[in-house]
Design a protein around this ligand. Structure first.
Ligand code: ZN
Ligand code: ZN
Ligand code: FE
Length: 765
């Protein structure tokens, strides 16, 4: 008897569909629906040819989307009817690589629950094996050299699978079917512990030996997924102090790793949203409100009420923490601001002054990949640093860029963005472009992205500042250059990720950026779209004695403000306690002679001035420290806002004048008001002042939309209270989601602006 007629379709699936168990999934699905045909990887995604009844084909196509494996991200499925060939079975065919198309690469993700079970199951053949993975978990981006994703194009190439592993790899029903990182203790990478004298520790269990070292207070450099960590027992004050001394890091907080959310709850408050972030397969470091009484050494995060916590994400981490039984400080394996070390030889050399021993392995790290950092503003995560788990997934632009483009990003906290069409591949965190090592990291990572995604840029976008190393890098490329003002880039990044091409009010609250007028900007209100930003309001300018130096010397910022209101010396007095007369005189002369005292309208610096005047911090050990401490002090304190008047700058723009605000803070402190209440009042005054001017701009330019960008919005209290003020005025508020408010988003903003400009020109590069 003849059944219903058989038809055939060719499906092209694009998105993250390689290295994520997609082909075996398709195989299972085809079997379930009684279809014959084939599936294979191509350079632009996965191709599927299936034959069967129309009904079965339709059901199959639906399930492709709804049941796809956990790591897959389907962007599109293109469907073409073709002639049935009378195939009788379904097979997985060899990869083809015959086109110049491009596709996303999966980020690395945490070990999955199934693998974790096997890891601690004594009967499993991978019991305690630190490189256990399957198609649902483990390294991806950090092992891939080129696409399409096959073992021969990864650093797993060095490890030929044993018969048992090969069996799993070839068995369609197996969780490790075509798992390119598949290995076991017999055939995979190994770990060993190297001591300070360069000899290998004799203990047959190097992880147990490492745990003993950590418990005795040693600092161990541990090779991980995307680089080294410097590791110490987080409950051992002496060990953490030694780690600080070795890294030349006086005060910047360290992140801590534990195994479970329950363990995290012994250290910090964990909300439901924070729990979700901690346990997500991306496993970022989550900044949590620290408990008063914990086992953590004070040196982990001095002076802050927060602590960065992440859950173990590799099997090796699980094994190590299981043995140590304590939270571990896991800080990046580098000295001060250099990029993290990735290679064994490099780590031995660069971490020699920090580590007592090295826990090494022999799976080469193709891409350097820092831990990502998020914090919660309400229930939504805000990126502090976007890297592991997220990059190199693209963040779409609202409109396609007519030519391939690279945006080189800012000077500090650099990322770059490589664009093809609507896809913007935002790099992982690169770092501060101030050392040769970071510059090398930038170049190598850009080369890798160009190779992986097959994009050869024809136009380059850079910051407006001509002197930045990133600007010089851009000029060296010999392409057409489009310069983008820093804060326009901040606002454009937020508009673009929300798919907005029209105009909006942009509120940029930031440390510093080079302004159109040559002054230092950092608290600007724009009426902006992707191509242009017109400044309509700003913070009143004040001299910044010492320029960049002032970012670490809040008392200098206060001195600059005092020069605008010399009669307020008493109110400002606390800012200069403990400052040497000579230094103060020198700074005052810089202001008086306008020598190395650029005019600045930076909100980050205003936070510094307030912290100094409140006696909270006069000298900072890292940029942003004063503001973080001010936020910690304010906590959930209620306070009445103080005066923060809006005036005319005499040049057709509004200006917010912070001098009365600073004077009020100083006077109230002298009158005995609690510093915490004043810190809270400062936050709320700033939020209210900004909301007022943003609202006026929205009225004037007839838009109902406000975008918030810039590093100051890492301050959760500022972000949430400004947002609430704006929403009370019935404005739609766009906040950074996929990339975070700080300079990590600048390259994407530059790309969005350059793409919009190129489109408006009709696109000739
Ligand atoms: Zn797994
Ligand atoms: Zn094996
Ligand atoms: Fe910025």
């Amino acid at each position: 008897m003849l059944g219903p007629p058989r038809e055939a379709v060719l499906l092209s699936v694009t998105g993250v569909v390689q290295g994520v168990g997609f082909r075996p999934f398709v195989h299972r699905l085809a079997a379930r629906h009684g279809l014959s045909g084939w599936v294979r990887n191509g350079a632009d995604g996965v191709r599927i040819n299936v034959e069967g009844t129309a009904e079965d084909l339709a059901a199959f196509a639906r399930a492709l989307r709804t049941e796809s494996p956990p790591l897959a991200r389907i962007e599109a499925i293109e469907r073409r009817a073709c002639a049935p060939e009378g195939l009788t079975e379904f097979v997985i065919r060899e990869s083809e690589d015959d086109s110049d198309q491009r596709q996303p690469v999966s980020p690395d993700v945490a070990v999955c629950p199934a693998c974790l079970n096997e890891l601690f199951h004594p009967a499993n053949r991978r019991y305690l094996y630190p490189f256990i993975t399957c198609t649902d978990c483990g390294p991806r981006y950090t092992v891939i050299e080129a696409m399409p994703y096959d073992r021969e194009r990864t650093s797993m190439r060095a490890f030929a699978q044993c018969a048992a592993c090969q069996g799993e790899y070839d068995t369609v029903g197996d969780r490790r079917y075509h798992s390119e990182t598949n290995s076991c203790p017999d055939c995979g990478p190994r770990v060993w512990l190297e001591k300070g004298d360069g000899t290998v520790d004799a203990d047959p269990d190097p992880i147990a030996a490492t745990a003993r070292l950590l418990m005795s207070g040693a600092v161990v450099a541990v090779r991980g997924l995307g680089g080294f960590h410097c590791v110490a027992d987080a409950t051992n004050g002496a060990a953490v102090e030694r780690l600080r001394a070795g890294k030349h890091r006086d005060a910047k907080p360290f992140a801590v790793m534990v195994r479970t959310t329950t363990e995290a709850r012994a250290l910090a408050h964990v909300s439901e949203a924070e729990e979700q972030a901690l346990e997500s397969r991306e496993r970022p470091i989550v900044l949590l409100r620290r408990l008063d009484q914990t086992t953590l050494a004070a040196a982990v995060a001095p002076g802050l009420n927060t602590v960065g916590v992440m859950l173990a994400y590799t099997p090796l981490h699980h094994l190590l923490i299981e043995q140590v039984g304590q939270p571990l400080v896991m800080t990046s394996g580098n000295a001060s601001e250099e990029p993290i070390a990735t290679g064994n030889a490099e780590a031995r050399r660069r971490l020699a002054r920090i580590a007592d021993a090295w826990l090494l392995h022999d799976r080469e790290i193709v891409a350097r990949y820092d831990d990502s950092v998020v914090r919660m503003a309400g229930s939504a995560p805000v990126f502090v640093r976007r890297a592991r788990g997220y990059a190199p997934l693209p963040v779409d632009l609202p409109l396609a860029c007519p030519v391939p483009l690279v945006a080189v990003g800012p000077h500090l906290k650099n990322t770059f963005t490589l664009v093809h069409g609507r896809r913007a591949f935002v790099s992982q965190h690169i770092g501060d472009l101030e050392t040769l090592e970071t510059l090398e990291h930038f170049r190598a990572t850009l080369d890798a992205y160009k190779r992986l995604f097959r994009i050869e840029p024809e136009v380059v976008a850079r910051d407006l500042h001509p002197g930045y190393l990133s600007s010089r890098l851009a000029e060296e490329l010999g392409l057409r250059v489009i310069a983008v003002q820093h804060h326009h880039a901040h606002i454009a990044a937020v508009l673009a990720e929300h798919g907005v091409t029209g105009r909006a009010v942009g509120v940029a609250c930031d440390g510093t950026g080079y302004g159109d007028d040559g002054h230092v900007w950092g608290a600007e209100v724009f009426i902006a779209d992707l191509t242009t930003a017109r400044r309509v309001a700003h913070l009143r300018y004040a001299p910044l004695p010492g320029g960049d130096l002032a970012a670490r010397l809040p008392w200098r910022v206060a001195l600059g403000y005092l020069s605008l209101e010399p009669g307020a010396a008493d109110a400002f007095a606390a800012a200069f306690e403990g400052v040497a007369d000579r230094e103060r005189t020198l700074a005052a002369q810089q202001v008086a002679r306008s020598f190395n005292a650029p005019l600045a309208s930076s909100l980050g610096r205003l936070f510094d001035a307030a912290a100094a005047i409140l006696g909270v911090r006069r000298v900072a050990q890292y940029e942003g420290q004063a503001a973080m401490e001010l936020e910690a002090l304010a906590a959930d304190c209620e306070a009445e806002p103080l005066p923060f008047p809006l005036t005319d700058d005499g040049d057709g723009q509004w200006q917010l004048d912070p001098v009365p605000l600073l004077v009020a803070l100083g006077e109230r402190r002298r009158a005995g008001a609690p510093v915490a209440v004043l810190a809270a009042a400062f936050h709320d005054s700033v939020a209210r002042g900004l909301a007022e001017v943003a609202w006026r701009a929205a009225q004037l330019f007839e838009t109902g939309r406000v975008a918030l960008g810039g590093g100051c919005f890492l301050n959760a209290r500022l972000l949430t209270s400004l947002r609430a003020e704006l929403e009370r005025r019935h404005l739609e508020v766009l906040v950074p989601r996929q990339l975070g408010p700080n300079d990590g988003a600048i390259s994407y903003g530059q790309a969005a602006v350059a793409a919009a400009i190129l489109r408006s020109e009709g696109c000739i590069p």
